[in-house]
Design a protein around this ligand. Structure first.
Ligand SMILES: *Cc1c(COP(=O)(O)O)cnc(C)c1O
Length: 524
């Protein structure tokens, strides 16, 4: 095993024919190339461009703070730079490379058409401070997406500006707080079911509420009786994810909403999983007061690696007056961007702004292209196919993997399994590492928390039966090894650029900046 100067393994081991380890001299594995940090391969003397000598520097007045040694950036020639980043990109796994089974994330195929539309100069190159008369097309597009979102959810108002699901949750709770304050009824508690996405309790706490848990039933749904028993005049809102994070529809949502409304509270619905019910259920009909929609999960847009996102929030009649600005409005054949509170006008009660400008234009454009190319019937088909695919996986795997809620009927867009039945000492983590060797990004692990060793798999609607069968084959193989206690699985992945990492150390003591080992040594 060879190490770099930071003590990091650079030359991976791999199982040889006899089960022993073999290593290549280069550290490469055929066309999978080993890649060092740019600081390790670059040097300060090399440059990719020849710049003319600059004029003699004027001594800046920095009071002795001017830099007295080189900045230490690594230098590479142009082809070396291109290769470095290309090699790194090849170690990345993405939806364009293979099946991406992450549940609770909806890693959806993003049609190339959407990208083409998002790059049109009239959408991509405009500036948020441009005169309104010069961005009429962009405003028309925002209005179009807003119209579709209101129609699909059956809700009368929408705030387009929130920039992610969690941001949308905050937007919804701020509107709820404003509505309560407007009637002089400040309340202190937000009820959140056990199976909620972690952002829900975080949002409620951030908005200043005390969070109380509501348990789940053995069938993986909100415990209706426990929820109703807790309702009272101190409850500002209930936050419910539907379909929930166990991949199940909450059939009691309407009854829950009626009960919450009866005590003067509001219903926030986490709509991140809306892709499972688009065109089939309108949350407005279920009594929802506010719900965010992750455009980046339900209406395409690539969102791996942390962005970008867009989380518009739809509102009921009761909350609409408190929605944030800006909003796009139509005045005859002109579009207006309403940004100001007008005394006595419709937006007097708006709680304010969520963002400096108007939201994620690129996401709006992709969503519009997706909506228009599918049409209303196509969007319904998308959700039906997503649900069909998830149920296909559930039924193909339930004989080898424990599926805690499979008996309570079909799942929605994602299938949930537990680690029950693996050999002693084998866990969900081993399944995930084995899948990496099989060439798959692992599924979501250890979430939702209500299921031990959870594995949450979401296939989305665009995976073909052949793709799903291949994944099922790989997963069944790994599970069989985990049930038989195969020690080689404990050491997986064998074929990835790195073996198992010390994830605790990485989380507790992350090394986020490069330290030149020579300088570090000199300092000691
Ligand atoms: C993804 C997700 C969120 C958070 O959305 P972000 O855009 O990542 O902030 C909230 N709830 C559920 C159920 C989700 O799946």
């Amino acid at each position: 095993m060879s190490m770099n100067r930071e003590g990091r393994v650079t030359r991976p081991e791999m199982p040889g024919a006899e089960g022993g380890e073999v290593a290549t001299w280069s550290g490469n594995r055929a066309l999978m190339l080993e890649e060092a940090l740019i600081f390790e391969i670059g040097d300060e003397g090399t440059t990719g461009v020849d710049l003319p000598e600059g004029p003699a520097a004027v001594r800046p007045r920095l009071g002795g703070l001017e830099r007295n040694r080189p900045i230490g950036l690594p230098g590479l020639s142009e082809p070396e730079t291109v290769r470095h980043y290309t090699r790194l990109s090849r170690q990345n796994y993405g939806i364009d490379l293979g099946f991406f089974p992450l549940g609770s994330c909806t890693m959806k195929h993003n049609p190339r058409l959407n990208e083409k539309m998002a790059r049109l100069p009239g959408f991509a190159d405009i500036h948020p401070l441009q005169p309104i008369s010069s961005v009429q097309g962009a405003l028309a597009l925002i209005d179009l997406v807003a119209h579709w979102l209101k129609t699909l959810t059956g809700m009368p108002a929408v705030a387009m500006s929130p920039k992610a699901g969690a941001h949308g949750e905050l937007c919804g709770l701020l509107a709820i707080r404003s509505a309560l304050e407007a009637r002089g009824d400040a309340r202190s508690v937000v009820l959140v079911p056990e199976s909620a996405h972690g952002t829900n309790p975080a949002t409620a706490a951030f908005a200043g509420y005390r969070v109380e848990n509501i348990p789940a039933t053995p069938a993986g749904r909100v415990d209706f009786d426990a929820l109703v028993a807790r309702l009272g005049p101190d409850v500002a809102a209930v936050m419910i994810t539907n379909p929930n994070t166990c991949g199940l529809f909450e059939p009691d949502l309407k009854r829950i909403a009626d009960a919450v409304h009866a005590v003067g509270g509001f219903v926030y619905c986490d709509g991140a999983n809306f892709n499972a019910i688009v065109g089939r259920v309108r949350p407005g009909d279920l009594g929802v007061d506010a719900m965010h929609i992750n455009l980046h999960k339900t209406f395409s847009t690539p969102h791996g690696g942390g962005g970008p996102g867009s989380g518009p929030v739809v509102f009921s009649e009761a909350l609409a007056p408190f929605a944030p600005l800006p909003t796009v409005e139509r005045d005859g054949d002109r579009y207006l961007l309403v940004e100001e509170f007008n005394r006595g006008a419709a937006h007097d009660d708006s709680f304010g702004r969520m963002v400096a400008f108007h939201g994620q234009m690129g996401m709006f454009t992709r969503a519009a292209a997706y909506m228009l190319s599918h049409g209303a019937d196509g969007l319904r088909q998308v959700s039906e196919d997503a649900v069909l695919n998830a149920n296909y996986l559930l039924r193909c795997l339930e004989d080898v993997l424990d599926a805690p809620f499979a008996a309570s009927g079909p799942c929605m867009h994602e299938a949930l399994f537990s680690d029950d039945g693996l050999a002693d000492g084998f866990t969900t983590l081993d399944i995930a590492k084995g899948l990496i060797d099989e060439g798959y990004h692992p599924m979501t692990m250890y979430f939702p928390l209500v299921v031990h060793g959870a594995m949450l798999v979401e296939p989305t609607e665009t995976e073909s039966k052949a793709n799903l069968d291949a994944f099922v084959g790989a997963l069944r193989h790994v599970v069989t090894r985990a049930k038989a206690g195969d020690p080689a699985l404990k050491a997986a992945p064998h074929f990835a650029p790195r073996r198992r990492l010390d994830e605790t150390l990485a989380a507790r003591k992350p090394v986020l900046t490069w330290r030149d080992p020579d300088l570090a040594q000199a300092a000691e």
